[in-house]
Design a protein around this ligand. Structure first.
Ligand code: GRF
Length: 211
């Protein structure tokens, strides 16, 4: 579904990949509509691998093109990612933002977008990243480690989970009696702040970037 027109051809067209609630997507939408990304970027497509991801509703509410692509219809992740690439290219996307996207990205997809793919992670990478480190698990592991701080990181995506170069990172204190839920709740608003900031930073620096 699409209702909006590209009102400024100079805006960088962003594609957002999601699997869940989409509060980070919302932060990017709001920044493009009336925040730090206004006149600089716009969301050209939101793609979900989950039919019931609330992120899709958020996109629709803002008249943003959105689509559920069912992985079951493809033989393997490579074919699935190829379809995503096709979809995003047809929408003129230059920068891909992963926002709570829970599937692996293939090297081909990364190459196709010249490495212009970024992700947000709810911890201070390179600590507490990698396979299985998402959602509740991340915060639980941070608390078990006894670390006195956690935070959020926006980073470039490469072939290894949570391994790409860091773009922006912000710290959040761990406080006594924190639970994974309370820590996640304090980190989330920081994610919403730094994701648009990271997008602004890389667009200003010339969208590279890696390629
Ligand atoms: C965020 O904590 C993000 O860091 C992680 O997944 C969560 C997604 O939340 N990658 P939302 O869907 O943006 O609300």
């Amino acid at each position: 579904m699409e209702t909006k027109k590209n009102d400024n051809p100079d805006k960088v067209r962003i594609g957002v990949l999601v699997s869940g609630g989409g509060t980070n997507l919302q932060a990017i939408i709001d920044s493009c509509e009336s925040g730090i990304l206004k006149d600089i970027a716009e969301i050209a497509a939101v793609i979900s691998n989950k039919a019931d991801a609330y992120a899709l509703e958020r996109a629709k509410k803002h008249g943003i093109y959105s689509k559920f692509i069912d992985r079951k219809n493809f033989q393997g992740n490579a074919a699935f990612c190829q379809e995503i690439a096709k979809e995003l290219k047809s929408r003129g996307v230059k920068l891909i933002c992963l926002a709570g996207y829970l599937c692996m990205i293939t090297p081909e997809l990364i190459k196709e977008f010249k490495g212009n793919i970024i992700n947000i992670h709810p911890a201070l990478l390179p600590k507490f990243g990698g396979k299985g480190m998402y959602g509740h698990n991340v915060h639980e592991t941070v608390l078990k480690s006894g670390d006195k701080e956690s935070g959020a990181t926006v980073h470039w995506v490469n072939e290894i989970y949570d391994n790409g170069e860091i773009i922006i990172q912000k710290r959040v204190s761990v406080i006594p009696n924190d639970t994974p839920e309370s820590l996640a709740k304090r980190i989330l608003p920081v994610e919403h702040q730094i994701y648009p900031e990271a997008i602004l930073k890389i667009i200003k620096e010339g969208l590279k970037i890696k390629g």
